[in-house]
Design a protein around this ligand. Structure first.
Ligand SMILES: *[C@@H]1O[C@H](CO)[C@@H](O)[C@H](O)[C@H]1NC(C)=O
Ligand SMILES: *[C@@H]1O[C@H](CO)[C@@H](O)[C@H](O)[C@H]1NC(C)=O
Ligand SMILES: *[C@@H]1O[C@H](CO)[C@@H](O)[C@H](O)[C@H]1NC(C)=O
Ligand SMILES: *[C@@H]1O[C@H](CO)[C@@H](O)[C@H](O)[C@H]1NC(C)=O
Length: 425
């Protein structure tokens, strides 16, 4: 980067060496003023070869990149060089710096950005452009500071772990390759990035250049393309999206430690986490276009929604299970268990005289007759275990299991997600 910086700093110094030759400047103005001799409507070497324009770009800011309308903004210095032999002054003339107000009197290439949506020249405090003429050989350097908003087809399938390539395309509007050719600079690097370049949400991996001359029905038009390879900085999304949603998922597990009898507490934890994730999900989508495929951020947010939803549903299951358990317990307390599959011995005790009256096998309400009775139930053999529902509240047990199952599954999901998007994709 340092040598680019040096070049940029040194360039104006070199240009200024000869730019104070007032005689040469006056001679040049006289040439421009002579409409017989110089016509800005005619390209240089009109009877000869196509004029060769050499171009280089110095990027001084990249961004913002707008995913919503798939555009990106780039600010750069566009420098064009060509030879106009009509403007040769003499051997000793050297470089002549033209005043900004005279630039419109020169022939300049009609380069435009074929993929741009919008753009502007900078006018503060004066028009940000310069033109130097080398009076010795008629070589012209024309530099402008531009900000261009261009279309950029983006593939957001890996968003926000994505890389994007966006183009700046320069074409000549009216000249075919018979009259004008565009080429990347041979004396300077075709594209360079200012060390102070402002690039907020991306890291620039590379800027590659190519020729994109295209043949249309009315001829072959010269075209140059600079492709900026950008890698999105994940940092913003870590703090804006990933960390908050992880915390909310963890918060949803807090309900497993809250007693299931505490209905308002568990309902509010469940509802709040589901609602918060839903809000985050729509928030993460609001700045992205409606693309037909699933983005990485969608995978993340939807899975988190499923996690908090599952934690909420777990409570529903716990409620049902423990209600069932309570009913059973109550039934056990005042009635006979009527399970045909269990061999039970029932001892009926007559209260009136406290003597054993009858014993029935295989259940069935036996409380008949007029005398008040109560039943004692016990397993057919003393060693056989009690039925599960009688000894444990399965709802409570589900809570206990969820306490480590949910974090485990979430950890597995995280490992899968991050390895897939950071290493594989
Ligand atoms: C330009 O040409 C006109 C005559 O055509 C003359 O009056 C004027 O002074 C010239 N200006 C310069 C700067 O030479
Ligand atoms: C103009 O064109 C001729 C060929 O027709 C070529 O020899 C000459 O170098 C060209 N001049 C410039 C300045 O490009
Ligand atoms: C200025 O340019 C003229 C040619 O137009 C040249 O003869 C003269 O030597 C130059 N003067 C200086 C100081 O370079
Ligand atoms: C102007 O052109 C001459 C002849 O090609 C060259 O020697 C000189 O270095 C050029 N001036 C600058 C400032 O590049």
């Amino acid at each position: 980067m340092c040598w680019i910086h040096l070049l940029v700093l040194l360039a104006p110094a070199i240009w200024q060496v000869d730019s104070h030759n007032a005689t040469a400047y006056k001679e040049l103005l006289a040439k421009l003023n002579d409409s017989e001799y110089y016509d800005a409507g005619l390209r240089p070497n009109i009877t000869g070869d196509a004029v060769a324009v050499e171009i280089d770009l110095v990027l001084n800011s990249v961004g913002p990149v707008q995913e919503m309308d798939m555009t990106w903004t780039a600010s750069f210095y566009l420098r064009q060089e060509w030879v106009d032999d009509r403007l040769v002054i003499g051997p000793g003339a050297g470089r002549v710096k033209m005043d900004g107000s005279h630039i419109s009197e020169f022939w300049v290439p009609d380069v435009f950005f074929s993929n741009n949506k919008d753009g502007r020249k900078h006018h503060l405090t004066v028009d940000n452009h310069l033109l130097y003429v080398n009076g010795t050989n008629g070589r012209i350097l024309y530099s402008q500071r531009l900000t261009v908003v261009s279309n950029c087809e983006m593939d957001l399938i890996k968003f926000p772990h994505d890389s994007q390539t966006c183009d700046i395309k320069l074409e000549s509007y009216s000249f075919t390759t018979d009259d004008l050719t565009l080429g990347w600079s041979t004396s300077r690097s075709a594209t360079s990035l200012l060390p102070t370049a402002y690039i907020p949400d991306f890291a620039i991996d590379d800027v590659s250049v190519s020729d994109c001359s295209a043949t249309y029905a009315i001829g072959t038009y010269p075209c140059l393309k600079a492709t900026v390879h950008m890698r999105r900085e994940i940092g913003y999304y870590i703090f804006q999206t990933y960390l908050p949603s992880v915390l909310i998922v963890i918060l949803s597990w807090a309900s497993f430690w809250i007693d299931h009898e505490a209905v308002p507490a568990r309902i509010s934890v469940g509802l709040l986490t589901v609602l918060t994730i839903t809000t985050q999900l729509s928030g993460s989508r609001s700045q992205l276009p409606r693309v037909p495929y699933i983005k990485a951020i969608d995978v993340w947010m939807s899975t988190n929604l499923v996690f908090v939803f599952a934690a909420y549903m777990e409570y529903a299951v716990v409620t049902v299970l423990s209600r069932r358990y309570k009913k059973k317990k109550m039934k056990d307390a005042r009635n006979l268990p009527l399970d045909d599959s269990q061999e039970l011995s029932v001892i009926q005790i007559h209260l009136a005289d406290s003597t054993e009256k009858s014993t029935t096998e295989n259940g069935g309400p036996v409380a008949n007759g007029s005398s008040p009775t109560f039943q004692i139930r016990r397993p057919s053999s003393p060693s056989s275990p009690l039925p599960v529902l009688d000894s444990t509240d399965t709802g409570r047990r589900l809570d206990k299991r969820s306490r480590f199952m949910f974090p485990l599954v979430f950890a597995v999901f995280n490992v899968t997600y991050w390895t897939y998007y950071l290493a594989i994709a």
